[in-house]
Design a protein around this ligand. Structure first.
Ligand code: PMP
Length: 332
């Protein structure tokens, strides 16, 4: 069968309704790794019959590079491999080549500060039906100039959030530890928050406990103690880093159940993600959190997080991009 190809990644910069500025310049150019081959972004294409597109049948992971080093690359790739295993998907390249493929793609794009994604889909079958047995998988790796989920101008003063009516899909339907391509649930949460005039959505799980924001883990601070949801979540790499940093800084921190009550009565609330780092939430449901400004506990952890990135301790150098010791540009 001749498989029609659909172009990806050729959009021209334009005004964005999110209010953020488009990343201008080379983003339509550069290189993408497709099934282990580097191809120019503008000619990289996947089939319109790919199960990732037709059924959300695939998994992904997102990481970032700062000053020429990919932060916690091994942790991201471990999570990606666990997602692959959980959906019984084999890569079209040997798993052992994954790390070098990410580094090769990052190097080919020459970006010191990058947003990097690996995406594996079930791929294309003989007929575009749901049965996955005859599919040949697709693997995409791309690197773009660094992107933050939060609008950087809003991140400085803190964002607003809404506890949405839409719930996060979780067990027993789909384990949220799988970073699957099915993010519709989270996109609908985001739309609900935007329609209510808030920047971000806080989603509850089936039990009514707070679990995540779209693309973020959630933290609350109460009486000096840091608490993060312990269930119905993706196991965030940034979340794990924050818990490690709290231990180093002597700040009591633990995973546990987080109810809407804990958010609404918190001294501080913040979100964590690879794309954006630590993002203060200063208003929930129209009510101020603490004094309505990013709080001191967040500031301490955020400074330590930036310092950890600068130290290169968890950094894997991208070949041909020597670190300069400069920090990634930040809104602060
Ligand atoms: N939850 C969800 C649903 C996400 O998509 C992400 C972003 N990967 C996170 C949490 C935060 O995870 P990380 O810190 O690894 O980026």
């Amino acid at each position: 069968m001749t498989v029609p190809r659909a172009e990806v990644d050729v959009a021209e910069p334009r005004e964005l309704s999110s209010g953020r500025k488009p990343v201008s310049g080379r983003e339509g150019r550069g290189f993408v790794s497709l099934n282990g081959n580097l191809v120019e972004s503008q000619s990289a294409s996947v089939s319109v019959f790919d199960h990732g597109l037709l059924y959300g049948d695939g998994v992904f992971d997102t990481m970032f590079a700062s000053d020429g080093q990919i932060f916690r690359l091994a942790d991201h790739l471990d999570r990606f491999r666990r997602s692959l295993r959980a959906i019984r998907l084999a890569l079209p390249i040997p798993e052992g080549r994954l790390e070098s493929e990410v580094l090769r793609t990052a190097a080919a794009n020459g970006l010191r500060d990058a947003y990097i994604k690996v995406v594996a889909t079930r791929g294309v079958s003989v007929e575009p039906l749901l049965d996955p047995r005859d599919c040949s998988p697709t693997l995409i790796v791309f690197a773009r100039p660094y992107l933050s989920l939060a609008d950087p101008s809003r991140q400085e003063q803190g964002i607003t959030a809404k506890l949405t009516s839409i719930r996060r899909i979780g067990l027993p339907a789909l384990d949220p530890r799988i970073k699957s391509l099915d993010y519709l649930n989270l996109v609908l949460g985001k739309l609900e928050a935007i329609a209510a005039g808030a920047d971000e959505a806080l989603l509850l799980d089936g039990e009514g406990l707070v679990c995540e924001a779209p693309g973020y883990n959630v933290f609350v601070v109460r009486a000096g103690e840091v608490l993060t949801p312990d269930r119905s979540i993706l196991e965030g790499v940034t979340r794990a880093t924050v818990l490690e940093l709290c231990a180093l800084l002597g700040i009591p921190a633990r995973p546990g159940p987080v109810a809407p009550y804990d958010v609404l009565t918190a001294d501080e609330v913040f979100l964590t993600s690879t794309a954006g780092g630590l993002v203060p939430v200063v208003q929930v449901e129209g009510a101020r959190i603490g004094d309505g400004k990013p709080g001191p506990v967040l500031r301490r952890i955020d400074d330590a997080y930036r310092e950890l990135q600068r130290s290169g301790r968890y950094g894997t150098p991208i070949p041909d991009l020597e670190p300069t010791g400069a920090a990634r540009p930040s809104p602060r």
